[in-house]
Ligand binder design. Structure first.
Ligand code: ASP
Length: 332
């Protein structure tokens, strides 16, 4: 895992100057005959990943990217792809989402997740939902089966059950390590921000995915158990449109991770997209993270895709697990 700001995926080319407006570019894309090459990028959270978790985090991201690419290669949509890739990450106990989620101050699991379809800007999300295995799929159900964008707490949990999603027990999802972390943090409770930025055990490995399908559609998803020992009812950036996730076929797709209370104050995902025009994707991610740190002090990471398929990966934490799959190739 490396800081991709230093490993530019645009081959080190200088950012293009702004020469053409977004809507004109979208119109030109409609007349272009070459179908876009499907691509998926996933992340497994930006934090001080310890050496002992590095291999599992990279392997988990690679498996999720491969699963996502398979969906795209079968002709699936970008939305199908980000849901499938995120489910793989949620099922992997190496990550703080679904199985592997962290516990809140009461020793309970409360999950946040979102999906967004860049084709029509539809989005669905759940916040502080009870223990379900794949909150990203419940988020998609909110999008497709309700007139709403976000369901929270008991209402979200009841909605999931009404759709046939089994409700688990918190202990079915958490690992022995998560329980040990909870016990350690219970010994010295303090503010979420202080914990996240200073205590390695309090970090969490949120997951997310962005994808471009063969029809030129973009989608994004983010899913998390949040921050260890968070206050009950605390909702981070992850399920909030424009903060933890955004997708718009005309602009790009972004999934974020990091200190939620900072990310939501600067609308990090939308901020990355606002910086994409006339900039390489990695540069937009890096600049948005620098601006967030300068304004509100938080750290994090973002993965992004431009409508052209250009990939951006950047993080301001010590490490972030990520992988990208395109054609037969997986990079991490
Ligand atoms: N952003 C997530 C939250 O604040 C945490 C993370 O990305 O690891 O809930």
């Amino acid at each position: 895992m490396r800081k991709l700001a230093e490993d530019r995926q645009d081959g080190g080319r200088r950012p293009m100057r702004r020469t053409i407006g977004t809507s004109m570019r979208a119109a030109l894309r409609r007349f272009s005959t070459a179908p876009p090459r499907p691509v998926v990028v996933v992340h497994g959270g930006a934090w001080a990943i310890p050496e002992s978790l590095t291999a599992a985090s990279v392997a988990g991201c690679e498996a999720a990217a491969r699963a996502g690419l398979e969906v795209l290669e079968r002709g699936g949509s970008a939305l199908d792809c980000v849901e499938a890739a995120t489910r793989v990450l949620e099922d992997d106990k190496a990550f703080d989402a679904g199985h592997g989620a962290v516990l809140n101050e009461l020793g309970e699991v409360e999950l946040d997740a979102i999906v967004m379809d860049g084709a029509d800007l539809r989005s669905g999300a759940v916040a502080a939902i009870g223990p379900v295995a794949n909150p990203v799929s419940v988020a998609r159900m909110v999008m497709e089966r309700t007139p709403h964008c976000l369901l929270a707490g008991v209402g979200a949990t009841r909605f999931a059950q009404s759709q046939g999603v089994p409700l688990l027990r918190s202990l079915d999802l958490v690992t022995a390590e998560a329980q040990a972390q909870w016990r350690e943090l219970a010994a010295f409770p303090s503010a979420v921000k202080t914990l996240f930025n200073t205590h390695p055990l309090a970090a969490s490995d949120t997951v997310g995915a962005v994808a471009l399908d063969a029809r030129g559609n973009l989608a994004a998803a983010t899913s998390t158990g949040g921050i260890t020992f968070k206050r009950a009812g605390r909702v981070g950036d992850s399920p909030l449109i424009g903060s933890g996730c955004y997708a718009d076929n005309e602009l790009g797709a972004v999934s974020c991770t990091g200190h939620g209370e900072s990310i939501m104050r600067v609308l990090l995902a939308r901020g990355v997209l606002a910086l994409m025009d006339g900039r390489a994707a990695p540069d937009a991610c890096a600049l948005a993270l620098r601006r967030m740190h300068a304004r509100v002090g938080g750290c994090g990471g973002t993965i992004s895709l431009k409508p052209s398929g250009e990939v951006g990966v950047c993080f301001s934490t010590p490490r972030m697990a990520w992988a990208c799959a395109r054609g037969g190739e997986v990079r991490s």
